[in-house]
Design a protein around this ligand. Sequence first.
Ligand SMILES: Nc1ncnc2c1ncn2[C@@H]1O[C@H](COP(=O)(O)OP(=O)(O)O)[C@@H](O)[C@H]1O
Ligand SMILES: [Mg+2]
Length: 309
Amino acid sequence: MSNVIEIEGLRKTYRRRGQVTVAIDGLDLTVPEGGVFGFLGPNGSGKTTSIRCLLGLARPTAGQLRLLGHRVPEGLGAGMRRIGSIVETPALFPTMTARENLRLLGSVDGIGPRRVEAALEMVGLSDRGDDLVKKYSLGMRQRLALGAAVLKEPDVLVLDEPANGLDPAGMREVRDLLRRFAAEGRTVFVSSHILTEIEQTCDRVAILAAGRCVTHGSVDEVLAAAGHRVGILVKVEDLVVGGRVLEAAGLVVERVDDALRVEVDPGAAAHITRLLADADQWVTELRPHRFSLEDVFLELTNAPEEVAA
Ligand SMILES: Nc1ncnc2c1ncn2[C@@H]1O[C@H](COP(=O)(O)OP(=O)(O)O)[C@@H](O)[C@H]1O
Ligand SMILES: [Mg+2]
């Protein structure tokens, strides 16, 4: 399987009035062909800058980038026809209809009405194609932008936070679309600062923090990399006493909401129950606990996840 995106040692610094900002600090990233790849990280972690470098919209300070095997920026001309993207707010004319917007866009690349209809159909806007874009909701505009991105029938879609600002229904529509694009054999590279927004949609993820990739792989691999973190969640009446008892037995214990999380193999349940019972701490609930991708994300990026607006 060939790689669609290859980034090696990417570095990007901005200099403003003597102040140097390191936006990307030695990023390595490989995106294989096919599926949805989530490029995740909190705000300011460098997602947009990376994507801009990848598409030749910003010049890297250092590093090598390849898109569909072509070197960026030298080889971009050859590959650009196979790439659809949304970076920042796409330019759509508000006083034109959706259909007119896509036809105008398509005409630049010699794309005719048939493909415009196919794109509208794909993003579920066929029936609303003759509405003026200024009458569109944010979700519909975002779908139209996705329609514009697939107009060329690209093999690769590079999307910078396509679900930003959407309500849960809008996000769901975007998620469904990404899956549909991937099911058609395209590779989707999509960034997000809200993990839960695209967690279930992605086949693979890379998590970015402060301009560096802190973990990457399939969702299962990323979870397994944090694999020593399986444990047992146990509830007792007195969490303070219960915690002390377990710690005295040499266990690593952490408070999680109204329970204790003990870092042991789930097979150690009987041992935990006995330790607590011996100290007159009666277990009211006990179950295996595995950190979610969100826990891994928050821990690695060390930033509270923002609530979607
Ligand atoms: N044009 C710019 N000039 C100066 N600093 C920038 C510029 N663009 C981005 N940055 C800085 O680079 C860092 C990464 O930003 P960005 O790539 O937009 O992150 P993200 O998309 O993950 O939110 C941030 O600290 C941001 O302030
Ligand atoms: Mg961004």
